[in-house]
Design a protein around this ligand. Structure first.
Ligand code: NAP
Ligand code: HSE
Length: 455
């Protein structure tokens, strides 16, 4: 066996603890796979007095990231702090010091990926980030290596374990949103700031990373339309269920070139971009979507993630597994360390040039052009003329209604009452214009709630 690979762990919370458990608890297995031993040499944290898993050697724990990065016996810095401030300094500092980097930090990559990857190339070092998207699911390798012969034409994915856990718990156990979120935090699925999970930002960060690899686009935050699960009420889950649908937070990328012979409707979810002459387009969005109960992604439960990838050569492929949590995420981090130990990651990184400014010609489709069917739930006064006002506004925007159900008030004479409308295909822009007018009606008792339909 060749030289020992020295590792500095910067951040030892949920994921860092899992990585320490694998490196120290399965050292022989890791060494066998990497062809060399791995030695954990530093564990950098914010609060050294905090109680830690007993497997973490106390003598390695410090708050000194600089000492860890500059230790000549450290070859790889594993950044598991999170956020975009200190984490960025750690990653750039490590690369400048000639260390390879492994990170699970999708927020950092979405915001500063280009800078990080350019710094790595300048330093002739490698950045590995399998754990940044879909936790324990090896989607980065699948897209970057196994599907390398393809041009990806669409991605449809559940990328946030916390949101999927909350939606599953609300739908199947009748748990409240607040209780389900608390449980997701207890289980180590949520971000330090769980707003990022429930408002769609975390999934958007991950979609930005996938968009880089699959399409070579560096999407700016405003180019990924995002809507979270924080507006979903238990009644929407119930009404969706009555219609035969499950609500899932989906991250989607649809190119203008995507064609799916088995389901022409899916093409339309990508946008209005059949503009033959222009550059190829890709629409990127994160939003709750109503999926038929029988849909593959509708059956992904709890903190699991799943990614459907359509490639122009392979067709449709599906990747599924635990998308968050200590050990699944550690599995991906240690896989990156093993690849670095073997030397595979360095060769792939140098050859594939996955993250560059040059791109592959794709431009991002403006969100308002994306077309979809919509679920619209209103709370309206139960009196004559209300329905006519709403349907007129939809007609003005040429939005056709597919179904409409007014639910009875729970008490006699009770008002407002829920009204659920499912539309035919419409552009997001037109739908939002209609929504603004509907929300302004005096008979509308609360802001309208709406979600895309997945069919
Ligand atoms: P976490 O439990 O909050 O742990 C963060 C760690 O970073 C803690 O050990 C903390 O120290 C340390 N830290 C924070 N600020 C620091 C600073 N300024 N200097 C040094 N250390 C600092 O977070 P996590 O859940 O493990 O997530 C880590 C990263 O993995 C994030 O980028 C996250 O998005 C990503 N990720 C998480 C999951 C998951 O399921 N949790 C899955 C995939 C990816 P103390 O321990 O002293 O507080
Ligand atoms: N908070 C993230 C999630 C962790 O729930 O998916 C995995 O990236």
């Amino acid at each position: 066996m060749s030289d020992t690979l020295g590792i500095a762990l910067v951040g030892c919370g949920t994921v860092g603890t899992g990585v320490a458990r694998v490196l120290l608890g399965h050292a022989d297995r890791v060494a066998r796979c990497a062809g060399r031993a791995m030695a954990l040499r530093h564990v950098v944290v914010r609060d050294p007095a905090k109680a830690r898993d007993p497997i973490v050697p106390t003598e390695l724990v410090s708050t000194d990231a600089s000492a860890a990065i500059h230790d000549p016996h450290v070859h790889v810095v594993v950044e598991l702090i999170g956020g975009t401030a200190t984490a960025k300094d750690v990653v750039l500092g490590a690369l400048a010091a000639g260390k390879h980097v492994v990170t699970a930090n999708k927020a950092l990559l979405a915001a500063h990926g280009t800078e990080v990857f350019e710094a790595a190339r300048r330093a002739e070092r490698t950045v590995c980030f399998e754990a940044a998207v879909a936790g324990g699911v090896p989607i980065i390798r699948a897209l970057g290596e196994s599907l390398a012969a393809n041009q990806v034409t669409a991605i449809q994915a559940i990328l946030n374990g916390t949101s999927n856990f909350i939606l599953t718990a609300m739908a199947e156990q009748g748990m409240t949103y607040a209780a389900a979120l608390k449980e997701a935090q207890r289980l180590g699925y949520a971000e330090a700031d769980p707003t990022l999970d429930v408002d769609g930002s975390d999934a958007a960060h991950k979609l930005a990373v996938l968009a880089q690899i699959a399409f070579g686009v560096a999407a700016k935050p405003h180019e990924i339309a995002r809507q979270g699960i924080d507006t979903i009420d238990a009644m929407d889950i119930r009404f969706a269920n009555e219609l035969g649908y499950t609500i899932k937070l989906l991250a989607e990328a649809w190119t203008g070139g995507h064609s799916h012979a088995a389901n022409g409707a899916k093409l339309s979810r990508g946008g209005a971009h059949a503009n033959g002459n222009g550059p190829p387009t890709v629409a990127l969005h994160v939003a709750p979507v109503l999926l038929r109960h029988t849909d593959l992604l509708a059956q992904v439960r709890g903190a699991y993630n799943a990614v459907l990838v359509y490639g122009d050569i392979v067709g449709e492929t599906l990747y599924q597994g635990p998308g968050a949590g200590m050990m699944p995420t550690a599995s991906s981090v240690v896989a990156d360390l093993i690849d670095l130990g073997v030397g595979r990651a360095q060769r792939t990184f140098a050859a594939a040039k996955l993250w560059g400014r040059e791109g592959r010609g794709f431009v991002v489709e403006p969100p308002e052009r994306v077309r979809s069917r919509f679920y619209l739930r209103l709370l309206v006064a139960d009196k004559p003329g209300v329905l006519a006002d709403i349907t007129r506004i939809l007609a003005d925007e040429e939005i056709s209604i597919s179904s409409l159900v007014q639910h009875e008030a729970e008490e006699e004479g009770g008002s407002p009452v829920p009204l659920v409308i499912v539309t035919h295909y419409a552009s997001t822009g037109r739908f939002r214009r209609a929504l603004a007018r509907i929300n302004a009606l005096p008979s509308t008792a609360a802001p309208a709630v709406f979600f895309s339909m997945g069919d």
